[in-house]
Design a protein. Structure first.
Length: 310
């Protein structure tokens, strides 16, 4: 009785912590300007040639990251998770620590629940079940994060043609590049907020004193999209050689729309192949049952009647 009550309290407390950390990770930022300027400052202070060392003191989140970095391959896992978080559009100050906390709590919940279920089973079964729960608890947050990265990149790719077209139009009115990007960011904030925020981040970095080429390079690193990489290279080269950026953006926007149409046509072409397996496994068996079973029943009934008549 006491063991069940203890497990119930531990599970409830862990689930409450999971809900709280999820809320802290995904809630709306109260001070986006301060967070982005702090991110810019951290990029400027930390050299890209070396990995920054984790702090053993400070807040709870700093100590958590420090202890995780001491685990073998822990620092590589932290850097990979931080990269995925940035590419998913989650760039809060403590986003990495909250993600690590969610992973640890999920592992504790799964292993604790499985330990309670397997407490009367043999040791071999208990060890296998605990190992499976460890793997699931470790991989499930990463899979969810990768899905979020794909969704964020898809939103950026959908927004890119219209945003680039609008940027070329605004540049044609005589505005400078920073002013044009800021204006486009304001106009697209309610339609494509993801790409609008990325443009606003680039503008703030340039205004804070960073080189435009480096700001666009960080944009490419954050998003990991080839179309944005081509756009950044075109803007930097146009500024370097003094060519007409407005005309180049209009041509590039048309090329992006063509690529978007080709991707849609490719997705339509793959739909038939993807639907083949659900049709064979789920729809055709039901169709056979609906069409053949009544005929088989009637046939058996007729044979039974004929046999009885004899």
């Amino acid at each position: 009785m006491l063991t069940s009550l203890f497990l119930f309290l531990i599970t409830g407390a862990t689930i409450s912590l999971l809900l709280w950390t999820g809320f802290e990770l995904f809630r709306t930022q109260e001070d986006p300007l301060g967070d982005r300027l702090e991110e810019l400052q951290s990029h400027a202070l930390v050299s890209t040639s070396r990995v920054p060392r984790r702090k053993s003191g400070g807040t709870f989140f700093d100590r958590l990251l420090y202890f995780v970095s001491l685990v073998p391959a822990g620092e590589d896992w932290l850097r990979g998770s931080e990269k995925l978080l940035r590419r998913a559009g989650i760039r809060r100050k403590n986003a990495l620590a909250i993600y690590v906390l969610i992973t640890v709590l999920l592992i504790l919940v799964l292993t604790g629940g499985m330990a309670a279920v397997q407490r009367n089973n043999p040791a071999s079964s208990w060890i296998g079940a605990m190992a499976a729960m460890l793997i699931i608890g470790f991989m499930l947050p990463r899979m969810v994060l990768q899905r979020m990265v794909k969704r964020y990149r898809r939103k950026l790719q959908v927004a890119l043609p219209d945003t680039v077209d609008l940027l070329g139009i605004v540049l044609g009115t005589g505005l400078a590049l920073d002013q044009a990007m800021n204006r486009v960011s304001d106009e697209m904030q309610f339609i494509y907020p993801e790409l609008a925020n990325e443009f606003a981040t680039v503008v703030m970095q340039v205004r804070a004193g960073q080189e435009r080429a480096k700001a666009f390079d960080q944009l490419v690193r954050r998003t990991g999209i080839e179309d944005i990489k081509s756009l950044a290279a075109m803007i930097v080269q146009s500024e370097k050689f003094g060519t007409s950026l407005s005309q180049a953006l209009n041509v590039y926007a048309e090329a992006l729309r063509t690529r978007r149409r080709l991707r849609a046509e490719a997705a339509v072409g793959k739909a038939g192949v993807k639907m083949l397996f659900p049709i064979v496994l789920f729809i055709l068996p039901v169709l056979f049952v609906v069409t053949l079973v009544p005929a088989i029943i009637n046939t058996l009934h007729d044979l039974k009647v004929l046999g009885g008549g004899r």
